[in-house]
Design a protein. Structure first.
Length: 367
């Protein structure tokens, strides 16, 4: 069994981070295979997953499989700093740069020089800091707060988020250019409820770890308790499982965890983006049902209407960027541009199209 664990730290006792990760479920095994392919490269990686799914563990594993494995790995929670301090924390500051800056201090980018910097919850960064972060990633140098001197850095950046950055971009809370800079490789960590094959291996790990910590002998788990664990939704993911096992070991008797020993939460966390993973709700089934409705309600010219609707939706999904739309649909940019002009999208979205095409004049597209 492939097991990842965080280095021991007193802070983990009150943390919401996952402290262990396994790759037994088929979904996790596919993730591990992808991870092993991209880890040796220097590409930036965006890790997406709910709180408690083990994003930092995955980031550490990428670092350990890379050529930077013997260099520093620095993990920074972007949401842990106040807006007034986050710049100094990331990029450093000189003496006297602000009240309380009694001496010069290197930022986390300098501390990670030669190694890997993990930016957790990157979506929490203020917009002003996002601009400076983009410049650091592009120029490979930092300028400390209160200084005009640039400092070269050699850092691989791994970022993580528990929110959909695409929605944050549409809401004006995250820069699109920074998104594409950190999202060279995308790793999507499924919540624990969607990889049930990992539940019992993690359970056994936590039983062993906490049994040793509490000075217990061998502790086993009954089939009924295993069934209850597999059937639970785990809204808090791996961290919740760890807490449940810790509490259970405190109250179980005779070295056996029974079904009634497990105290599972009744909390129901509604996630609007959650989808039921049944065959009837697969993208193909939903699309087929939509086609049936069209067939029933309309007659004739459906091919053109569907084609236009697909192009229009893809264009908006790609934030009115022609190059990304063409890549998404597998078309050339010239064909995409011609069809967008035909359906009137470039005229309607003149401002957006102009921005995303870096100043290309709309009148030239309309000829």
């Amino acid at each position: 069994m492939q097991l990842l664990t965080l280095p021991p730290s007193p802070a983990l006792a009150t943390s919401i981070r996952a402290t262990a990760q396994v790759f037994e479920d088929p979904k996790s095994q596919a993730l591990l295979a992808h991870l092993q392919q991209v880890a040796p490269s220097e590409a930036s990686v965006l890790i997406i997953g709910e709180t408690g799914t083990g994003k930092e563990l995955v980031a550490r594993h990428i670092h350990n499989l890379s050529n930077r494995r013997n260099r520093p790995f620095i993990a920074v929670n972007c949401g842990a700093f106040s807006e007034s301090l986050v710049e100094a924390e990331l990029f450093g500051h000189e003496k006297g740069a602000f009240t309380g800056a009694l001496s010069a201090k290197a930022g986390w980018f300098e501390e990670a020089d030669g190694g890997t910097l993990f930016l957790d919850e990157i979506g929490d960064l203020p917009m002003a800091i996002q601009v400076k972060l983009l410049r650091v990633l592009q120029e490979r140098e930092v300028v400390r707060l209160g200084s005009r001197k640039s400092i070269p850095i050699d850092v691989r950046v791994l970022a993580a988020t528990n929110v959909q950055l695409e929605k944050a971009i549409n809401a004006g809370h995250f820069r699109e250019d920074l998104y594409y800079r950190v999202n060279v490789v995308n790793l999507d960590l499924s919540p624990l409820r969607e990889r049930p094959g990992d539940i019992l291996p993690l359970t056994r790990h936590f039983i062993e770890a906490y049994s040793q910590r509490l000075g217990y002998g061998r502790v086993t788990i009954s089939p009924g308790a295993e069934h209850k664990l597999r059937g639970y939704g785990w809204p808090g993911n791996i961290r919740e499982l760890e807490n449940v096992i810790h509490h259970t070991l405190l109250i179980c008797r005779n070295g056996v965890i029974e079904r009634d020993d497990l105290r599972l939460s009744n909390l129901r966390i509604d996630r609007p983006d959650d989808q039921q993973t049944t065959a009837d709700d697969s993208p193909e089934a939903l699309l087929e049902r939509a086609f049936h409705k069209l067939f029933e309600q309309q007659a004739g010219a459906l091919h053109e209407k569907v084609e236009d609707a697909l192009l229009r939706s893809a264009y908006r999904f790609c934030h009115y960027n022609q190059v990304h739309t063409a890549a998404l649909l597998g078309l050339s940019r010239n064909v995409t541009r011609t069809r967008l002009i035909k359906i009137g999208e470039l005229a309607v979205n003149k401002r957006r199209a102009t921005e995303n095409l870096q100043g290309e004049r709309l009148i030239q597209l309309s000829i």
